[in-house]
Design a protein around this ligand. Structure first.
Ligand SMILES: [Zn+2]
Length: 119
């Protein structure tokens, strides 16, 4: 693969990673023990007797944030994987059939792991 294109896509991946991490850190924090694992912050509970309704809202907020956290985390992991592949010089190789993924596809989705038809 053309090195110029690879370094362009690498910059794109780094940029996307930064944005994802910013988004995640607005409601979650990094797990210090597991690489690329994020924990959604659980809202602070107030006094149980007087703020029952508010607590219920906080629980709901937390459950709504979980799938978002999971989706962002998965994207982040794919980006890291792509960056690792660039380092290992096997970037852009389809994980399913082992052939090179089209540059056009990688330009749209630099962290793509397979051909569209190999998914
Ligand atoms: Zn393939």
């Amino acid at each position: 693969m053309n090195q110029e294109i690879v370094s362009k896509l690498k910059n794109k991946l780094i940029e996307e990673k930064k944005l994802l991490e910013e988004e995640l850190s607005s409601f979650a924090h990094k797990d210090p023990e597991v690489k690329n694992n994020w924990e959604t912050d659980f809202p602070q509970f107030g006094d149980e007797r007087t703020e029952q309704d508010e607590n219920a809202n906080e629980v709901e907020e937390y459950s709504n944030a979980l799938p978002i956290e999971y989706a962002l985390e998965t994207r982040l992991q794919n980006i890291d994987l792509a960056l690792e592949k660039i380092e290992n010089k096997n970037y852009g190789v389809c994980e399913s059939c082992g052939k090179q993924i089209e540059t056009e596809r990688l330009e749209v989705e630099p962290s793509a792991r397979t051909h569209v038809h190999c998914k």
